[in-house]
Design a protein around this ligand. Structure first.
Ligand code: ACM
Ligand code: ZN
Length: 553
């Protein structure tokens, strides 16, 4: 009797022990390059007595430790203290810098044995990515419980140094709270560049000293077209802009998460909002109004007027003051040159610069090259470099311009061969404003196209036909969320999640490590984190959820 009672007790204990939640490194997105389990190492039990240690007097590592404590609390409800240590900590979770710098700048190593967990990076950013992995390996628990972390060694290093996502805040304005949440999502997915599209025909979204009408007039439109450029306008005024204080706060919020904000001021096209504010900057003198329709407008900045260059300088001065990024995006896409063809000032500038049609470039295209070159030279005096859309390749710009390849991968391949650094962002895979289902009737409005999670996952950013030298110019990968048809945060989340998870593996993994079948399982784990934070996401990978009528957006 006694024996059987003891046996039952033991069984209960075993069952309880067996039911202890476990961390699962293999379910992390992006999955680490290497996971080597160490059966002899013994599991580490993360519990209420675990302490997170970071090197004393290192503000970045202290911040990393605080992030980890918050993430652990979010996932497991365990409230762990963070403590500075002078030497390598014993037990608990230790965040360390690899002083010998054997690791690449953003790489990390995590080791786990029964005594504790160590997260090592050559930089605090590397440690931060290790923390993201640790966080995603944890189970989501509804009440505080210990978690077993299997003994193992994990290693990861991102394939690309530039891992971006863009948000267009011109077509629709997104509040500061959402911009920060977008940055949180970048951090969760191991990304390090937030490309912030801050001006376009339909709205100018930041102040510039000396040009108050940009926010007074350019940040507003009288109404917005309904649907895909129907004849019907909604009759509702729309507007918004970020103050300097808000922008500085967001820049710091991103920097704390090792994310650089690459601001974009699109020029010389996509400028209707600025022209509405300052019509003298256009070739015809206006009047103009902030765009109420989507698409490309023929009116752009006049490239023959010195007032335009003074305006651009003032804008860039302030952009450089607000944003520490080495790279400033100057757009350059979809810039019709019809006004320039008929503008006496532009034609005078063409003549003065001795521009003539050559090598398939019209002289007006070369005028855009002249414009971009002046902007580039000005930014270089401030130690900044330009990024521009791939149309710049048609304007004979200097190879020091980084090119963002959006009209497929071909312009990127061509640019890389010419010697430009390239960010791959081909619309056919990485435009997250495209539909993610062929059944458009069941989707929120999107711009068109089609790119589902598999299509994102399977894209290869480095064209196979390139020489090794040209391949080395492919510096990064980015997806874009244009927001003509995306009017609110829920819909924005729906468009990026979980395609962003697929993008993260494109950005982090070597091609041979990619496996869509395995990724599908991993992303099913990741979505528990989406659920935890209440993010809206598309459910196409989980069709049964559609049948349950889950809220989508
Ligand atoms: C773009 O999509 N016009 C860059
Ligand atoms: Zn002109």
């Amino acid at each position: 009797m006694k024996k059987s009672f003891l046996f039952s007790l033991l069984m209960l204990w075993v069952m309880a022990a067996g039911a202890a939640p476990k961390a699962d490194y293999g379910q992390v997105v992006p999955v680490p390059d290497k996971i080597v389990y160490n059966a002899k190492g013994g599991d580490y039990v993360l519990s209420a007595t675990t302490v997170i240690a970071y090197p004393a007097h290192d503000a970045a590592m202290e911040r990393d430790a605080a992030f980890l404590a918050q993430y652990v609390k979010d996932m497991t409800r365990l409230d762990l203290p963070t403590v500075p240590v002078k030497s390598k900590g014993k037990g608990g979770i230790t965040l360390t810098l690899d002083r010998k710098a054997r690791l690449a700048p953003e790489a990390y190593v995590i080791t786990v044995d029964r005594r504790g967990v160590t997260v090592t990076g050559a930089t605090p950013a590397g440690v931060f990515y290790g923390i993201q992995t640790l966080r995603k390996a944890l189970p989501v628990l509804s009440e505080a419980q210990s978690v077993e972390l299997p003994a193992a060694r994990l290693e990861a290093q991102p394939r690309f140094g530039y891992r971006g996502l863009m948000l267009d805040c011109s077509r629709h304005f997104f509040p500061v709270k959402f911009v920060k949440q977008y940055i949180d999502l970048l951090a969760l997915h191991g990304m390090n560049r937030f490309h912030w599209h801050l001006s376009d025909d339909q709205g100018w979204r930041f102040p510039v000293p000396g040009y108050p009408r940009l926010t007074e007039v350019g940040s507003k439109r009288a109404q917005t077209v309904m649907g895909h450029n129907s004849e019907v306008l909604d009759g509702t005024p729309y507007g918004g802009y970020y103050t300097d204080e808000e922008i500085r706060d967001i820049v710091k919020y991103a920097a704390d998460r090792y994310i650089t904000i690459v601001p974009e001021v699109d020029m010389p096209g996509h400028m209707m909002a600025a022209l509405a504010a300052y019509p003298e900057l256009g070739c015809t003198g206006g009047p103009y109004k902030t765009g109420e329709y989507w698409g490309v407008y023929p009116d752009i900045l006049c490239a023959g007027n010195e007032k335009t260059y003074a305006f651009v300088k003032a804008v860039l001065d302030h952009v450089c003051d607000l944003f520490p990024s080495k790279y400033i995006h100057i757009g350059g896409d979809e810039s019709p040159r019809v006004r320039w063809e008929h503008c006496p000032r532009c034609q005078t500038m063409i003549a003065r610069q001795g521009l003539k049609d050559r090598d398939g470039h019209a002289k007006e295209a070369l005028l855009q090259g002249y414009f971009a070159h002046r902007v580039q030279q000005y930014l270089e005096t401030k130690g900044r470099h330009i990024i521009g859309w791939d149309e710049l390749l048609e304007c004979d710009v200097d190879t020091s311009a980084t090119i963002m390849s959006w009209r497929g991968a071909e312009p990127g391949a061509k640019g890389a061969t010419m010697g430009h650094d390239i960010i791959m962002s081909p619309s056919n895979a990485l435009y997250f404003d495209y539909y993610q289902s062929k059944d458009q009737s069941s989707e929120p409005p999107a711009i068109g196209g089609f790119s589902d999670v598999a299509n994102v996952y399977n894209m290869e950013p480095v064209p196979a036909e390139l020489t090794p030298q040209a391949k080395a110019h492919i510096k990064g990968v980015q997806a874009n969320l244009w927001t003509e048809y995306i009017s609110n945060p829920n819909q924005a989340e729906y468009m990026i999640l979980p395609r962003m998870a697929a993008l993260a593996e494109v950005q982090w993994l070597q091609p041979a490590e990619k496996d869509f079948g395995a990724f599908r399982k991993r992303v099913s784990s990741l979505r528990h984190i989406y659920d935890l934070y209440g993010y809206t996401y598309a459910h196409h990978l989980w069709p049964e959820e559609f049948r349950k009528g889950a809220r989508q957006y």
